[in-house]
Design a protein around this ligand. Structure first.
Ligand SMILES: [Zn+2]
Length: 161
């Protein structure tokens, strides 16, 4: 009986594959992450033709298709407004850690002060009843900056007393 089960069991080999890779992120992204790490500041790109402020920075203006360079990058404050949100109740592998991200967690759409575009990121609230469109938010920086998106683990809602 035991022998029969052994026979039916498929032969398996399991291992984890390490798959390191590198890619060019462009001059604007290099300046963005360098400034984030060294000065703890956020940079957007301001179109030299129409003045539209893009955050996160873009290489080409979405409005008038003018190419922007690292010289067109200007500081934007880490504060902004919540313009959309959701609460994620589904597990998935966090690309920052490689492990399963604990859930539920909040995910928001923000417009930083002075920016004309939106950005998305984690938010430190997982109760959708405590989030409202128009709430003020602030980017939270890690103590030890590394020059990666992980330097901003989440945005927090600024609660008015
Ligand atoms: Zn433009």
């Amino acid at each position: 009986m035991g022998k029969k089960n052994e026979k039916e069991k498929p032969f398996e080999i399991r291992w984890k594959t390490d798959l390191p890779y590198k890619y060019a992120i462009g001059k604007l992204s290099v300046k963005f992450f360098d400034t984030l790490k060294k000065e703890r500041k956020l940079l957007g790109s301001k179109c030299p033709k129409c003045g539209k402020m893009h955050f996160p920075p873009r290489g080409v203006c979405a409005e008038c298709v003018v190419r922007m360079t690292a010289d067109d990058m200007v500081e934007v404050p880490p504060t902004g407004t919540l313009v959309g949100f959701t609460v994620v109740n589904y597990p998935f592998v966090d690309p920052q850690t490689g492990g399963m991200r604990p859930f539920p967690y909040g995910y928001g759409l923000f417009q930083l002060d002075g920016a004309d575009t939106y950005t998305m990121h984690f938010i430190n609230e997982k109760d959708h009843n405590k989030m409202k469109i128009g709430q003020r938010v602030k980017a939270v920086f890690k103590d030890e900056m590394e020059g990666t998106l992980g330097d901003i683990p989440y945005f927090e809602i600024i609660r008015e007393e």
